[in-house]
Design a binder for this molecule. Structure first.
Ligand code: SF4
Length: 284
C-alpha cells in the first residue's frame, strides 16, 4: 500500500491573483475582471515551495495554483510567469496543478500557446503538469473546455505531458452538467468510457490516441459571492470535506495563509511550516 493513501497530507494552493475573466455567482473569492490583477511575486512562491517540500510532514506530490483564474497571466502576455511556476515545481520534485475555468480554450492560438508551454516544461523535467477544469452548474465553459481536451487529444506530445481532471459540485444540477459536458466531448469525436462506478475515472479516445480523465466533486464553501447570493447548496466551511483528514493550506497574493477555508493568519515573516503549525493550533 502506498503511504499517501493512509497518511493525511498537507496540500498547498497558491492564490496567485484575484482577477478572473468570469464573475460566477458561487465564487468564494468574489473574483472578476474588476479585481486587481496583481500576481503573487515569483520569488515569494519559490521560497514557499522550497519550505513546503521540506516541512518534514507528509505533503502532496503536487502544488496547486489557483485564483481567480490561474491562467490570467496569459491574457496580458505574461505566459512566462506560468512557465516559471511550472519549472519551480518540477525543480522541487512536485507537479504543478493549474485550476482554471479554461475560457482561454476558445482562443485557438492562445490555447496552443498555453498547452505547448505546459507540455514543454513537462517533457523537459519528465514531470506531468496537471490541468484541473471547473465544470458545474454556475460555469458556462463547455466549448472552451472541450476545445482544450480536443487539442490535447490531437497530440501524443500533449497527452503524455498534461493529464486533465475536472472538478464539479456535489449537486444534482452540477452532475447533470458534467454529463452534458461528456456529450459535448463526444460531439468533438472524442469517445468517453467510464472506468469506475460511480463514474469518476474515464478512458477517453480520439482516433488512435487514448488518455485518462478524472472527475472530482466537492461542496460549495459559504464565502464570497456564494454567501452574498445565499447559494442554497452552500455548506458552512468546515474542512471536513478533505478526504482522509488531509489539510488544505492556501496562501493568498496578499500574503495570508488560510487552513481548510476557515482559519486565517498573516504570513508576515513566517515560514510555511510556522504558519501551518499556528493554524493547526486554531483548528484544535
Ligand atoms: S468561481 Fe472560478 S471561474 Fe468563477 S469567478 Fe470565481 S475564480 Fe473565476
Amino acid at each position: 500500500m502506498v503511504w499517501q493513501d493512509v497518511i493525511p497530507r498537507v496540500n498547498i494552493a497558491f492564490k496567485i491573483t484575484n482577477w478572473c475573466n468570469l464573475c460566477c455567482a458561487h465564487c468564494m473569492e468574489r473574483s472578476s475582471i474588476k479585481e486587481p490583477f496583481n500576481l503573487m511575486p515569483i520569488a515569494q512562491i519559490e521560497k514557499y515551495i522550497a519550505q513546503y517540500v521540506n516541512m518534514g510532514v507528509p505533503v502532496w506530490d503536487y502544488v496547486v495554483f489557483t485564483g481567480g483564474e490561474s491562467m490570467a497571466p496569459y491574457y496580458i502576455g505574461q505566459g512566462k510567469y506560468i512557465r516559471t511556476l511550472a519549472e519551480l515545481c518540477a525543480k522541487n520534485n512536485v507537479s504543478p496543478c493549474f485550476k482554471t475555468n479554461a475560457m482561454w480554450g476558445k482562443r485557438l492560438l492562445l490555447c496552443d500557446s498555453v498547452l505547448k508551454d505546459l507540455a514543454d516544461v513537462a517533457h523537459k523535467y519528465d514531470r506531468q503538469v496537471l490541468l484541473d477544469i471547473s465544470i458545474d452548474e454556475y460555469h458556462d465553459n463547455f466549448l472552451p473546455a472541450a476545445n482544450v481536451v480536443s487539442q490535447i487529444m490531437n497530440s501524443q506530445y500533449l497527452i503524455d505531458a498534461i493529464p486533465v481532471s475536472f472538478v464539479g459540485l456535489n449537486t444534482v444540477a452540477s452532475q447533470c452538467k458534467f454529463q452534458e459536458f461528456l456529450d459535448v466531448l463526444k460531439s468533438y469525436g472524442i469517445s468517453v468510457d467510464a472506468q469506475t462506478t460511480p463514474a469518476d475515472e474515464f478512458m477517453i479516445t480520439k482516433g488512435d490516441k487514448a488518455n485518462v480523465m478524472f472527475y472530482d466533486v466537492g461542496g460549495l464553501t459559504r464565502l464570497g459571492r456564494a454567501a452574498d447570493n445565499n447559494i442554497v447548496t452552500a455548506r458552512p466551511a468546515s474542512g471536513v470535506e478533505h478526504s482522509g483528514g488531509s489539510d488544505c493550506l492556501e496562501i493568498t497574493n496578499n500574503n495570508q495563509a488560510i487552513l481548510n477555508y476557515k482559519y486565517k493568519t498573516t504570513m508576515d515573516n513566517k515560514t510555511v511550516g510556522e504558519a501551518y503549525n499556528e493554524l493547526l493550533q486554531k483548528k484544535r
